[in-house]
Design a protein around this ligand. Structure first.
Ligand code: ADP
Length: 508
């Protein structure tokens, strides 16, 4: 081991105040790392600086000592991880010769703690990578969306054009079917986009009602059993252990239906053989639960999901097989997950590639004494009611919407009048005393439907007003009822629901 020529000459402990102020750790070492002086009490028990460095970093320092000796050389800096109090902390290591260190020299090593800076840089780097990944996902979502929206739009426009050019009734019927299903497909995408925006804005509301889950599951299984995507080799089976009378729970009927049909839709998409099972089971009450729970599930024997994707499928825009047969927006499971959380549960998934998947969630089995709903009771009328001699005012600013309502009203033989905004509707009511019912669009220029309904209800409290609301905008419905409407219909109008309501207000 080399000995310092004259350690006193470079004893930095003679300048303690200066060293303290600098807030860095100073070492004086020889060429093999023995510490002659150390300013930092945390390191004072170390005899050699070598133990502070990783093997790789010490090798680097050794090389520097070997090659860069000579006090007229420039100081050298490099970043190292130093072991301090059993922690690995980033330091900037500055190295300089104290002598003309051709041999037996002494060296100054200064360690500056740069851990905060490095961690900040690392987190900035991570944030940047995340942002880039999100950006990539967003762009592929936009490309995918644009494709998903254009495809049905092109069908609608293309087949409408073909209908105009053909006189063959059979052909027209086929084209109409395509237009209808493309329209439905488009509507599903728009609903998904609205739902995801509501989730992001924290506006997703839950309306608790009595839901007959046996009926719901049976209905969904019937709908999907006749889905054209299901082939003969796939069977949909149901599992409903509760008696019909016990299968009434308090939850949001629209949202639980949306969750289950979304899961069924995926199961149908990804299963070409075997069975799809939809159902629920009563789960044992856990120690921390006051009420029993029901576990709903949709199980399939389809293609399954690779393990690494299981963590990601509930993430927005994530699709396991980009651009393959899995037509969709990658929003379905994100919405399902958010809805299930709102219903008080949490989504779970089990899956094995080639064997199948099971999606499930638990919600409280909440029941209440059966009460009849006070408001409108659906009497399941499907045909157009006879309304000859009745006069209905339709307040609607969009030409196509008015014509659609007029077309479905034709069979009722009712007399129709058209107001193109809320003000026209109020004026019309003032000048015509024989109106039996008002269909009121809510979003109209000059005077909106809420104001118009309010005026009309004040003038003629007995005349029923049915609001026509844009689909999925729940707040609209409540506001419409507060404004004086008796009921609402959401667009696109369900024809049988529409007839049913007209019958209720005008024939019963
Ligand atoms: P999308 O709306 O595109 O269908 P989802 O959010 O519903 O998207 O699903 C995300 C991905 O999860 C799908 O692209 C699909 O690859 C995978 N997935 C969902 N359900 C199933 C299932 N039952 N079997 C196999 N893969 C599934």
């Amino acid at each position: 081991m080399s000995k310092p020529k004259n350690p006193k000459r470079i004893d930095l402990s003679l300048y303690p105040k200066m060293i303290e102020k600098l807030n860095e750790s100073f070492f004086i070492i020889n060429d093999i790392g023995d510490i002659y002086y150390c300013s930092d009490s945390d390191f004072q028990q170390n005899d050699s600086i070598k133990s502070l460095f990783s093997k790789k970093d010490w090798k680097r320092l050794e090389k520097i000592i070997e090659n860069e000796s000579g006090y007229n050389k420039k100081a050298i800096e490099f970043e190292v991880e130093i072991q301090k109090n059993n922690q690995s902390i980033w330091h900037l290591c500055k190295f300089a010769c104290l002598d003309d260190c051709e041999k037996d020299g002494l060296y100054l090593v200064v360690l500056e703690n740069i851990n905060k800076r490095i961690l900040r840089e690392e987190s900035l780097m991570k944030a940047k990578e995340n942002a880039e990944a999100q950006e990539k996902i967003k762009s592929s979502f936009l490309a995918n969306m644009s494709h998903e929206i254009r495809t049905p739009m092109n069908s609608i426009i293309g087949f409408s054009d073909l209908i105009e050019r053909t006189n063959d009734e059979e052909e027209k019927k086929q084209y109409l079917e395509i237009i209808k299903s493309s329209g439905q497909f488009l509507l599903n995408i728009i609903n998904d986009i609205i739902d995801i925006s509501k989730i992001e804005a924290g506006l997703l509301d839950i309306k608790v009602q009595r839901v007959k889950i046996n009926d719901l599951i049976k209905e969904l299984s019937d709908i999907y059993s006749s889905d054209p995507r299901i082939n003969d080799e796939v069977e949909i089976i149901t599992n409903m252990p509760l008696q019909n009378g016990d299968s009434v729970i308090l939850t949001d009927s629209t949202r639980i239906r949306q969750v289950l049909s979304n899961l069924l839709d995926n199961a149908v998409k990804f299963t070409s053989k075997g069975k799809i099972e939809i159902g629920y089971e009563l789960v044992e009450k856990k120690a921390n639960q006051k009420i029993p729970h029901l576990r709903f599930f949709v199980k399939d024997s389809g293609i399954g999901i690779p393990k690494p994707d299981l963590k990601l499928i509930f993430d927005r825009y994530h699709q396991v097989r980009e651009g393959d047969e899995s037509k969709g927006s990658g929003l379905g499971l994100t919405i399902v997950d958010a809805l299930v959380k709102k219903l008080g549960g949490g989504m779970k998934v089990k899956s094995e590639v080639g064997k199948g998947s099971e999606f499930s969630f638990e919600i409280a089995y909440l029941q209440r004494a059966q009460k009849k709903p006070k408001s409108y009771i659906s009497d399941n009328v499907h045909d157009a009611p006879e309304l000859k001699g009745r006069h209905i005012l339709i307040a609607e600013d969009v030409d196509a919407n008015y014509r659609f309502v007029a077309a479905i009203m034709r069979q009722t033989h009712a007399k129709l009048s058209w107001a193109k905004n809320g003000k026209e509707a109020v004026d019309f009511m003032l000048n015509n005393k024989n109106i039996d019912l008002v269909l009121m669009d809510l979003r109209m220029p000059i005077m909106d439907g809420y104001k118009a309904a309010n005026h009309i209800k004040t003038l003629y409290p007995k005349i029923p007003i049915i609001a026509l609301t844009a689909f999925a905008v729940d707040g609209d419905m409540e506001k419409a009822l507060e404004a004086g409407c008796d009921d609402y219909l959401s667009k696109p109008i369900d024809i049988s629901d529409f007839y049913s309501k007209l019958n209720f207000y005008l024939n019963t």
